[in-house]
Design a protein around this ligand. Sequence first.
Ligand SMILES: [Zn+2]
Length: 409
Amino acid sequence: MQNYARKIEAQSTAENLIFYPQIQQAFAFFVEANDNFTDELIRICEIPAPPFKEELRAAYIKQRFSECGLTKVHTDAEGNVIAERRGTSATPDLIVSAHLDTVFPEGTDVRVKRDGRRFLAPGIADDSCGLMSLIALAQALNVAQIETAGTIYFVATVGEEGEGNLRGVRHLFTAGEFQNGAAAFISLDGPGVERITSRALGSRRYRVTINGPGGHSWGDFGVVNPVHALGRAIARFATYAAPISPRTSYNIGLIEGGQSVNSIPESASMTVDMRSTSRDEIDKLEAYLRRVIELAVREENSQRALSGTLLTYAIDAAGDRPSGETPVASHIVQTAMECSRALGIEPRLDCSSTDSNIPISLGIPAITIGAGGTSNHCHTLAEWYDPTGRELGLKRLLLLTVALTGLSV
Ligand SMILES: [Zn+2]
């Protein structure tokens, strides 16, 4: 007995916690309530949440947060739903979050279909399963009567996906509730149990527009042509040697311009997506983009100088996600790894673009993790989610939440 006690003492906090009866009770609840969780998942998924139109799903989550006994349940100015579960002392507080929005436009059929163990519907994994896990966490803490020292904030964010440009989480930390920071932030995004996203993949998006007077292809030949200039810019930009490490990428995903085959266009535009794990590399890439556009426009103007016409151009930001890293040695990453290992999961640190980008860029300890289960074809109409093994993800979430806020006994 003595040996056994010493052994536990020598182990990490996460491994100690597992032996507490309350934690065991919460774990048992995750198994018992499995079918209820699936019903909840389906209910969430079937409430459409297109970009910038998350209100209906937000209202449902708000109602569920209240029903789970969370307090101060409200919607902030940006549309995020926020609730809290007060701790016995003020610190260390923790934000657990998942995002409300999907990538799917209004009118998408979000009814859930079943195929064996799989549930099929757009958005079922990304991020209905994350939202469901927040509710499961609140319920488990209640069922097992777990009191934490720190306060747990439950947050459902708007605008995580593409065009949303992290508007929800950005508001939280720059103008909203947590503008003065938080001790830790966890985003539950998608399924799985191995992944711990501790590095934020930064991205910058621009829309480049080149304008000219336009004209007739024969009658006005010699007038500056925006498409010609854009073509030159693209050809140069595409030669950029992006480093493999830190991994950097770029893409011109859309080009537009012109009216007809025999008109000199009045306008030409393109959208550019640039990503890197390093802010310096994105800065370099952006500088290169600006240089090649300037050069391309200048070339077209000088080549057509006799016409007396000139091109102008504009580079408009269409999205900015900051990059950064929560250090591997930080308390949150180490605790997340310990909690994973304590449950027999071998964690894998990775780099991705998620709600954690904003807190990470502000120096707030933040990670994004999966909510358990498996899925595939996210961001497509063929998206599916299989809840098999989901309880492991929920157990890790609970363990991590309690480990970070402290079990109050
Ligand atoms: Zn997501």
